[in-house]
Write a protein that binds this ligand. Structure first.
Ligand SMILES: [Zn+2]
Length: 337
């Protein structure tokens, strides 16, 4: 056996063991899927702060008549769009995902709900700003994205529902955020735009309900009184969370975390949750707690501690494998001679 053949064999063995090991360690672990036939529409009204719903009569009526469950969603720092989309769609805190700036034009390093849905043959669709598409580039069967200003988001959403009837649809209008940046979150223009969006939401939700969709309405962040949302204050980190579902009997707490939305979406769609989802599902959290207990060395320690420990253990196992492979190959070489 020549040195080149030997090196090639060693390379294949190392590659094989690396892939196998990493596939079954911390990084890829998900809960089991429990298929439902639910259709889900997630509406992210960009930049909608909590008190804006006082100017949204349709939303107010849903809450009053108990047709919708209402909670207050608390966003982590930073309260910016890209980090918000990540938290809503991966359930992973920004400290761990690393997506902490709007200028990070990267695909999500963490498996998100759209990708999990695709893996389980769920028809996905996006109707919104291209940053969401950038984060999850191969995760939407149907898409209508805009690059500068939206204006046709709701119209596009209607046509996507009529033409494709996706199982998981994201609708993401931007006008409230644009007005917030131009005039401020306490301006009359901002509250007027919230009222306009409320009208569009009414038409969209009526259509969605006719098609038996479960609907979540929420936002990535709020707005400061004088506009912008980079200061971490209640006006920027508190946003509404509305859940409209005919076949769901749950009572979510008044305050939820933004990272609770992704595992909740998973339960609605009947797809697995990932261990990166460090929030809690509002529907059923037993599976993820069980999985965390099984795979996390110390439940009370911070997530990054457990992640680092997992990486260390993986590397030690990898090293042992390499040594064993080396001796096996030496043995084979001797036998061939
Ligand atoms: Zn935003």
């Amino acid at each position: 056996m020549s040195n080149i053949q030997f090196a090639f064999l060693l390379y294949i063995l190392i590659l094989n063991s690396t892939i196998t090991l990493f596939k079954h360690t911390f990084y890829d672990i998900t809960t089991k899927n429990r298929l439902t036939n639910n259709k889900v529409c997630l509406i992210i009204v960009d930049g909608l702060r909590l008190d804006a719903i006082n100017n949204m009569p349709y939303i107010q009526n849903l809450i009053k008549t108990n047709e919708a469950k209402f909670s207050i969603s608390i966003a982590d720092n930073p309260t910016i769009s890209r980090s918000g989309y990540m938290r809503i769609l991966t359930g992973c805190p920004t400290d761990i995902s690393g997506i902490s700036s709007n200028s990070q034009h990267l695909p999500s390093p963490i498996l998100g709900v759209p990708q999990l849905a695709v893996q389980y043959n769920i028809k996905t669709a996006l109707c919104g700003y291209y940053w969401i598409y950038e984060l999850f580039p191969f995760a939407f069967y149907f898409k209508r994205i805009y690059f500068i200003r939206d204006g046709t988001t709701f119209k596009n959403a209607y046509s996507i529902i009529d033409e494709y009837e996706p199982d998981f649809l994201i609708v993401h209008p931007m006008s409230v955020d644009n007005i917030g940046h131009s005039y401020g979150g306490s301006s009359i223009f901002y509250f007027k735009e919230a009222c306009n969006i409320d009208n569009s939401l009414k038409t969209l939700c009526n259509k969605l309900q006719k098609h038996n969709y479960n609907i979540i309405i929420t936002s990535d962040h709020g707005h400061q009184n004088y506009g912008g949302h980079t200061n971490y204050e209640p006006n920027t980190f508190l946003t509404p969370f509305i859940l409209i579902s005919n076949n769901l009997n749950i009572n979510p707490p008044l305050y939820i975390k933004q990272i609770d939305i992704a595992p909740t979406l998973c339960d609605l769609l009947g797809i697995p949750k990932t261990l990166y989802m460090t929030g809690n599902s509002l529907i059923n959290n037993k599976d993820i707690v069980y999985l965390r207990r099984l795979h996390i060395y110390d439940f009370n320690r911070p997530f990054d501690y457990n992640l680092n420990l997992s990486i260390l253990i993986t590397n030690i196992i990898l090293l042992i494998h390499l040594i064993v492979y080396y001796y096996i190959i030496c043995l084979i070489k001797k036998l061939i001679k």
